[in-house]
Design a protein around this ligand. Sequence first.
Ligand code: NAD
Length: 253
Amino acid sequence: MNDSDIMARKLAASRNAVFFTGAGISTESGIPDFRSPGGVWSRYQPVYYDEFLTSHDARLRYWAMKREFYDNMKHSAPNPAHMALSRFHSLGLLKGLITQNIDGLHQASGLPDSLVIELHGTNRSVDCITCGKRHTAEEITSRLSNGETVPRCSCGGWLKPATISFGQQMPQDKISRAGQLSRRSDVFIVIGSSLVVHPAAAMPEIAKSSGAWLAIVNRDPTPLDSIADLVVDESAGVFMSKVLATVETLSAQ
Ligand code: NAD
């Protein structure tokens, strides 16, 4: 049996399949990841939350990077890997999705918001760090297009997308919900993550040590390959389309 058939059979027989995605699932939608060659970190230095609060230069760098991300997001749409996951959900074969992504493409593919745990927040909204007022990404991107470099709220506070920066506290409620989902899963599938960012990367380990069948679909090796039951180094879109085709055949039988 080939790898896509193995995964399709595991999924079709699962009761509690959970998916975990990272930036690599969205590269085929035109959004670069962080750590591949040409990825974001080869061109921008990460801005820590404290620097954002205290340094104008850091805010300028931060918003230059975000502006590029928003430009990519504007022209992006869910790709076959996102669409396969959405279809698994309609077939009752996806019980939860944990993502490190901030691009909103899982929801754009039709997955309900309530099923998606966005561990690192979302770029779809922009918050004032002083008064908390929420703005839409559309409003802020149009202000950036009109020449603003570091947008501010009407109260004077700095605006920042609702994402978790380096050095910023992770949302404990989401981490504990993701931990519970991982613990209860019987099939756990990672797609497009280098699995080096913690605590997100602990989820596959939690799933595996709780008895789940663990698969990792990632172009490059990850530190958890040695504990996985299946490791696939193909492109996410191509591989997940093959898995979906077999799942559709199995569910029609
Ligand atoms: P990462 O950049 O560390 O790793 C991405 C992995 O995906 C790489 O190991 C690469 O080999 C693999 N990959 C790239 N394209 C692939 C493809 N088409 N098919 C299969 N594998 C592919 O990303 P990460 O592990 O998600 O962690 C980094 C952080 O990146 C997260 O905190 C996330 O918030 C942030 N991020 C998100 C986006 C997004 O929302 N689309 C984009 C860039 C960064």
